[in-house]
Design a binder for this molecule. Sequence first.
Ligand code: ACO
Length: 328
Amino acid sequence: MTKKKAVGITGIGMYLPKKVLTNADLERMVDTSDEWITTRTGIKKRRIAQPGTPASALASEAAKKALAYAKLKPEDLELIIVATITPDMPFPSTACFVQAKVGAKNAACFDLGAACSGFVYGLVTAKEMIAGGMYKNALVIGVEVLSSVTDWTDRNTCVLFGDGAGAAVLQPVKSGGIISSYLGADGNLANLLYLPGGGSRHPASKDTLKQRLHYIKMSGSEVFKSAVRLMTDAATRVVCDANLTCKDISLLIPHQANIRIINSVRQRIGLPEEKVFLNVAKYGNVSSASTIMALCEAVEQRRVKKGDVVVLVAFGAGLTWGSVVMRW
Ligand code: ACO
């Protein structure tokens, strides 16, 4: 069997809208409190895009930063994958809008829908396409404008989400890179977290508007329990597949949905607090953008250094889950 090429992340970048929405702001919008949000979720604030901002606007800014980091010209890109549940529109893909905005005229483009696992799914997809020899230069973006699908009258969900984008350039590398990966899904749990309106099942109508079907619906505590179980399993499995143990992990970068979920996963894996990256307090849950934004900040804060073993793990609507081990 031919040995596959090693593939790694060679450039990263993130972009956030300027507007900050604090828990105090939310206290004025729904029946909630900073104390409840902080203790139940760990979230203190989140970024919110101006109404009408397309996902591609945030995504292309993150993309430009990742390209500059990798010292790559836009026309060198051969593939753009955009992971998002808040695309600019159902079609064309947000990846095509990003391509036009950054000038990546030689790239194939598509969107990928795996909710909060989206970036990890995209990373694994691009990695395999490069490892198989199809491409050399790929860009994977996680982006969300969740404020556009958040029901701002529903305290069960509106305190959780935020907007933002992160991007990663993937290329063949001489050493290190992605060592192992794992993706999973269980469509029987689709009813735990979904956005019912606007698709072919419930096309937009006066009725879907009246029933508020164009907003995120979630069974919070059920998602919580599944998330802990699935992220623990996904992280453990991928580390084992890399012939490593949890002691070898330099930094775990989990999907930033809820600090209690992250702490439960950390305890089950047996990692000390300093080996888990957190930024959920600042940005809330940014779905597909969450893990890549966290990776960007971890690198910026020098929590990830050359040679470190980094584990990304995520779960989301679908339900979906995924994990990656890489040597930075
Ligand atoms: N402020 C005050 N009270 C609230 C709020 C709020 N913002 N939201 C809910 N409550 C109340 C509920 O009404 C309930 O009251 P009741 O007991 O009188 O009925 C009480 O708080 C407890 O509600 P629970 O749902 O049991 O609270 P829980 O401890 O499970 O926390 C939470 C809720 C934060 C949503 C948690 O379940 C969670 O984080 N779940 C995971 C969500 C998630 O990660 N989603 C990610 C997927 S995103 C994607 O893929 C798009």
